[in-house]
Write a protein that binds this ligand. Structure first.
Ligand code: M6R
Length: 609
């Protein structure tokens, strides 16, 4: 999704901006651009469809330098990917970059056309730069013009704005899209994600909704949406999270799959004792809130939604607490009936997903008991706006396809479910059994990543396929959904997941010798039911690929490939069986030659609706 970087320093900021863009590449984008104010107070604009490397080539052909600049990676919403739609957009002496969507761009465009402005792109963003220009005129008070313009905007925005007439000022504003100010020494920066600026600073101000900031080399002034000057805290981020390195791996996704034993361990660290989940695991306020919880509403998107679906099985089984799970883009647009005592739980890797954040904000008006987020990014919007937060310790996830974020979400959710079950009568024996299993998880994770070669061999059967079906039963059904999502997003093979018992109600019609059917088959109480469902597939010539431990009693035969996995406690099966499915999609994508880390049309952090 779109990325913003801006800088004001006493040195040429071009390379700072480009490095920032490179660090945001993982988010997914289709064009990039930069605009600098040069020593003659002229705007130097360079833009290019394609990758940051294409922009660099353009800059090599037509160099630009300046001590003030803004840069952007664009993920197309209004208007196709192209040079002319790429940001920054310019009006007179003013240049602007924008993340988000301006919903009232059409009436504003008509109004500005009437005033004589000519549009050179199809974007909603260009409206904003002309609006600011119309309010400022060349060379007059940029801050006042940006502030006045934000009053006219509907929708979501993070803005970075410069004027060649004010080479000592960088103005930025946010509402609905994240933006941080990076604090340096006699130099300051802005970015849509702190990761873009980790090479120049570790101190950040997280702007709040409606804030407008005026940045000079010496200082930062923030005004809130009422126009009052406010003091926002400066957060020092620790130094251990520079993930812009693939190490010995070919792709970030591969690296992140293999990091899972370590990050799962990090997510458990300090949160479980020998036989119990430690009460501090969910934060200081958990002991007040958990006993009041009578129901749980989980809201998330994509892979994080699948984690929520798994948690429902655990919550209802272990805690006896009713749980609903819904995708954020749906729940936010329907009338919901909220029962007293309902905890609202969001799950998100980034903490910035626009739909999830909007659902949380709406939930605050609806009488929920409290809000909690399971999130991977400290200081993200979801963390800041939720009453409780349980951090996953996955470290930055760069590959668009979520892997280690998902398994650490499941670990955090399992801790949450056990903690809630404890206040709802979970026996100490059962808790000890679940915690004992969690202690084994990192080592078992290691064994499951060791299936790499076996899965790679299996992946060859998928390379020429156009469709695949994933089956699971019970708590493994969401794992089948996640396996199908991984395969479709990085290999572009159409994949669907079904609860195996639903096959005969429709999808069985699709099954023939060309349809690989992937089965998640741990040795649990539904195994025999699952086996009957698989007979239905075999009887129609379907090709089965069964992920099962030896104890499950499957054998490979013509039409049935068994990928033998280590035996594992039942409570861990959803977490562990995810790993070979991630490996499968990774190896199929390699065979198909797709862009594994940045699959087409997708973005890492979906900060627009
Ligand atoms: O950052 P979030 O967890 O809120 O993101 C939600 C989805 O966009 C995300 O999980 C997406 O489905 C994955 N990248 C898929 O692998």
């Amino acid at each position: 999704m779109c990325g913003i970087v801006g800088a004001l320093a006493q040195r040429n900021v071009n390379e700072i901006l480009l490095e920032g863009l490179r660090r945001l590449e993982y988010r997914g984008y289709d064009s990039a651009g930069v605009c600098l104010v040069d020593g003659d107070s002229q705007l130097q604009l360079r833009k290019s469809q394609g990758k940051v490397a294409d922009l660099e080539a353009r800059l090599a052909a037509a160099p630009a330098a300046g001590q003030l600049g803004i840069a952007h990676t664009r993920w197309a919403t209004h208007g196709a990917p192209s040079d002319r739609n790429a940001h920054p957009h310019v009006s007179g002496q003013i240049a602007l970059v924008h993340n988000g969507i301006i919903e009232n761009h059409q009436p504003l465009r008509a109004e500005l056309r009437d005033k004589g402005y000519q549009f050179t792109s199809d974007t909603d963003t260009e409206v904003v730069v002309h609006l600011i220009h119309s309010l400022a005129g060349d060379g007059r008070d940029l801050l006042a013009a940006v502030t006045a313009a934000t009053d006219r905007l509907e929708g979501a925005y993070a803005l970075g704005v410069i004027s060649a007439d004010e080479p000592e000022t960088l103005v930025c504003a946010r509402s609905g899209s994240p933006l941080v100010v990076g604090v340096g020494i006699e130099e300051n920066f802005i970015a849509s994600d702190p990761m873009a600026l980790r090479q120049v600073t570790d101190r950040f101000i997280f702007l709040e909704e409606g804030d407008v900031a005026e940045i000079s080399r010496a200082g930062i002034t923030v005004r809130d949406k009422q126009g009052e000057e406010v003091s926002r805290p400066v957060h020092k981020l620790d130094g251990g999270h520079d993930a812009a390195d693939k190490g010995r791996y070919r792709h970030y996704m591969q690296k992140e799959i293999f990091e899972q034993p370590a990050v799962v361990e990090a997510t458990l660290a300090g949160r479980i004792g020998d036989k119990s989940v430690l009460s501090e695991a969910l934060g200081a306020r958990a002991h007040e809130i958990l006993p009041e919880v009578q129901q749980v509403q989980i809201v998330a998107c994509g892979t994080s939604y699948h984690a929520g679906l798994v948690a429902r099985y655990w919550l209802e089984d272990w805690a006896g607490i009713p749980c609903s799970v819904e995708v954020a883009s749906e729940i936010r647009y329907r009338k919901t009936a909220v029962r007293p005592g309902t905890l609202f739980v969001t799950i998100s890797q980034s903490g910035e997903t626009a739909d999830t954040l909007a659902a949380l904000r709406q939930a605050k008006e609806l009488g929920y008991l409290a809000s909690m987020t399971i999130c991977n990014v400290p200081n993200s919007s979801l963390v800041r706006e939720s009453e409780l937060s349980l951090m996953t310790e996955a470290g930055p996830e760069i590959g668009v396809a979520s892997t280690k974020a998902f398994t650490t979400q499941l670990v955090a959710l399992q801790l949450f479910c056990i903690a809630l079950a404890k206040v709802n009568g979970l026996s100490t024996e059962r808790e000890a059994e679940l915690v004992k299993a969690l202690h084994q998880l990192p080592q078992l994770m290691e064994q499951f990543t060791g299936l790499d070669q076996l899965v790679q061999d299996t992946s060859e059967a998928f390379a020429e396929k156009h469709h695949a079906l994933f089956l699971g039963r019970g708590v493994e059904y969401p794992i089948a959904l996640e396996g199908a999502l991984k395969l479709k997003e990085i290999s572009y093979i159409h994949a669907e997941a079904y609860p195996a018992g639903e096959l005969k109600h429709g999808p069985l019609a699709l099954v023939d010798a060309d349809m690989p059917v992937v089965v998640v088959a741990p040795n649990d109480e539904l195994l025999e039911k699952l086996k009957s469902n698989l007979q239905e597939v075999r009887a129609r010539g379907g090709q089965l690929f069964v992920f099962a431990s030896p104890q499950a009693g499957f054998t490979s035969e013509p039409g049935v490939t068994v990928v033998e996995v280590p035996d594992a406690p039942e409570s861990l099966a959803p977490i562990l069986y995810t790993v070979p499915l991630q490996l499968l999609s990774y190896h199929v994508a390699l065979l198909k030659g797709t862009d594994v880390d940045q699959p087409r049309n997708l973005a890492k952090s979906v900060t627009v609706e």
